[in-house]
Design a protein around this ligand. Structure first.
Ligand code: GAR
Length: 205
């Protein structure tokens, strides 16, 4: 197993995982995937195994508290010495215990233009609010939900006529192109995390 690479956390379908795997395979991301960690059995686990990646299922239901679950995560991830921990549809809120352990190394992609629509059901809420521009955000993870420093955003227009499924499809397409680029730039140190600017900003129709 290759250490010092990317560790990807998933909980579901794994389409962002797939996009990241493609970017590693085509050389856009120049670091290996050290492990894929899932908090449950899910489609993403199959994608990971099919790509012969080191796949760790650490099922949150096997632990009687968030604390014991996160202690196990730390125990298993720390020896891998990840350069970057990439949350890709990981549906757990990580506590300060885990975040402190991997300070400034955890990023997440969220399906809205933060700080709008933190939390769940972002597309339904964006549609209900009648917004005309919607998108996704890559941000550092801190102890507050969907509130860490914004690294990049991808945006697109939506209209009243768009169904929730169409909106999700549009935004996912942007996620799949944006997330690997941000990961590559962070790993290549083309993004200075101590500077305060918004790093990348896309508008995709
Ligand atoms: C993505 O849309 C991602 O932005 C979202 O879950 C989906 C995962 O899809 N993440 C969150 O909502 C995190 N709060 P995927 O499993 O196909 O990559």
């Amino acid at each position: 197993m290759v250490k010092n690479g990317i560790v990807i956390f998933i909980s579901g379908r794994g389409s962002n995982l797939n996009a990241i795997i493609s970017a590693v395979n085509n050389g856009m991301i120049k670091y290996p995937i050290t492990a894929v960690v899932s908090d449950r059995y899910c489609e993403g686990v199959e994608i990971s195994k099919k790509n012969n990646l080191n796949t760790l299922i650490i099922d949150y239901k096997d632990y009687n508290s968030k604390l014991t679950f996160e202690k196990e995560l730390i125990k298993r991830i720390k020896p891998l010495n990840p350069k970057l921990i990439v949350l890709a549809g990981f549906m757990q809120i990580l506590s300060i215990l885990f975040i402190k352990e991997f300070k400034s190394k955890i990023i997440n992609i969220h399906p809205s233009l933060l700080p709008s629509f933190k939390g769940l059901n972002t597309h339904a809420r964006a549609k209900a609010a009648g917004v005309l521009i919607h998108g996704c955000t890559v941000h550092f993870v801190n102890e507050e939900i969907d509130s860490g420093k914004i690294i990049a955003q991808g945006a697109t227009s939506i209209s009243k006529e768009c169904s929730e499924i169409e909106i999700e499809k549009k935004i996912l397409n942007i996620e799949h192109s944006l997330y690997p680029k941000v990961i590559a730039k962070l790993l290549n140190k083309e993004i200075n995390i101590n500077e305060n600017d918004l790093i990348l900003c896309y508008y995709e129709k």
